[in-house]
Design a protein around this ligand. Structure first.
Ligand code: ADP
Length: 363
């Protein structure tokens, strides 16, 4: 079993503020697992602790049943892919990929065969004799991936491997990495600050901020059911409105916003919505595509379940329209299917969030 278990991991480099604060999570066998969060949130520190390059200040790390906390990096059996490739420029592709096998004294015939297989897996079968400087950035990153995979690591660790590639190549390469990982079935921990990359590639994502884990879940869970307002804002685009719980029923909550309007949200087991009481401060996450827009006459009162907002700008994106709105002091976004009947700028509209897709988060 090549799972990775982090148990109450803390890392304090110096001073008192932890860079990683009491982090616990489990990466399943064969899973593609991403650590996601803004720069400085502790992703690389976590990855480097898994690799064994640095020691946690507290906590335990297990690979399967094996406690590797005190094990030096070269005995952990991990493959690592870095942002800057870290290839040997004076060696050809074969030299780079076979390096780890030579270090492990793998016999020559087996070495050639494994290098050929690894290059095949990353789609560089015909490039064995190329010099590194004759390859594009994307190809170099695939060599780095082959070099990490050829040692058949129990865990593959990838630290922002796409950030030096241009946008188009980044998308192509991320799809390739995902396919290669699926085929090899290697348990993988991937670090990125790019939420769309994380969403596209991962089986599950851990969202971190300032050393603290906010949520672990599938891309869909994290998008649809963010646990905190940080997750709601960081993943996709979301409107986060704060308010006070006014009524709780078995299946739904009524929340009074600061402007006085009332919106509803479903109560779901084991989430913030199931733990709140009347009078609690909460925040509602409203995804832009879950709101209906209706015209609002000047003299109509705002009905329950809706808010009144002013249109600032509309944008046509092809398949949909994005509507930028102002609600009190806050900017909101709504996306609707393309229509010839778009609201005008400076017009007031009623926004009706879909109750089932409104989500209660910790403020
Ligand atoms: P991320 O990978 O999410 O950008 P890092 O893990 O690199 O974040 O850093 C987390 C925090 O730890 C940051 O505040 C960073 O400044 C600090 N940090 C990282 N490496 C060191 C180090 N070697 N010495 C001291 N502080 C460090």
């Amino acid at each position: 079993m090549n799972s990775v278990d982090l148990e109450n991991i803390t890392k304090i480099y110096g001073g008192t503020t932890p860079s990683v604060d009491d982090l616990s999570l489990t990466v399943g066998d064969g899973e593609f697992f991403t650590l996601l969060g803004p720069s400085g949130c502790g992703k690389s520190t976590t990855l480097r602790m898994i690799a064994g390059f640095i020691q946690p200040t507290a906590g335990r790390i297990r690979f399967g049943e094996r406690d590797v906390t005190a094990l030096p990096s070269h005995k952990r059996d991990t493959g690592m892919v870095f942002q800057n490739y870290a290839l040997f420029p004076h060696m050809d592709v074969t030299g780079n990929v076979s390096y780890g096998l030579s270090m492990r004294h793998v016999p020559k015939a087996e070495k050639s065969q494994r290098v050929a297989e690894a290059l095949d897996i990353v789609g560089l079968g015909g490039y064995a004799d190329r010099r590194i400087d004759q390859l594009s950035g994307g190809q170099q990153q695939r060599v780095a991936l082959a070099r990490a995979l050829v040692i058949q690591p129990s865990v593959l660790l990838l630290d922002e491997p796409l950030s030096n590639l241009d946008a188009k190549l980044r998308e192509e390469t991320r799809a390739q990495i995902r396919l290669i990982q699926k085929r090899a079935g290697t348990t993988s921990v991937y670090v990125t600050h790019d939420q769309s990359e994380a969403m596209a590639m991962s089986d599950r994502i851990a969202v971190m901020d300032a050393g603290v884990l906010h949520q672990v879940g599938t891309p869909r869970e994290i998008y649809r059911r963010p646990a905190t307002s940080f997750v709601a804002r960081f993943i996709g685009r979301s409107n986060v409105l704060e308010g006070t719980v006014e009524e709780t029923e078995a299946s739904r909550l009524a929340v009074r916003l600061q402007g006085g309007e009332v919106l509803f949200a479903p109560v779901a087991a084991e989430t913030v919505s199931s733990r709140v009481a009347v009078g609690d401060q909460v925040a509602l996450s409203l995804r832009p595509e879950t709101m209906r827009i209706e015209p609002a006459a000047d003299d109509t009162a705002t009905p329950v379940g809706a808010i009144r907002a002013r249109v600032r700008m509309t944008e046509f994106t092809g398949s949909s329209c994005v509507i930028w709105l102002r609600y009190g002091e806050q900017d909101l976004l709504a996306t609707i299917p393309d229509t010839d009947d778009l609201p005008e700028e400076d017009q007031d509209v009623m926004l009706r969030p879909d109750i089932e897709r409104t989500w209660v988060v910790a403020p």
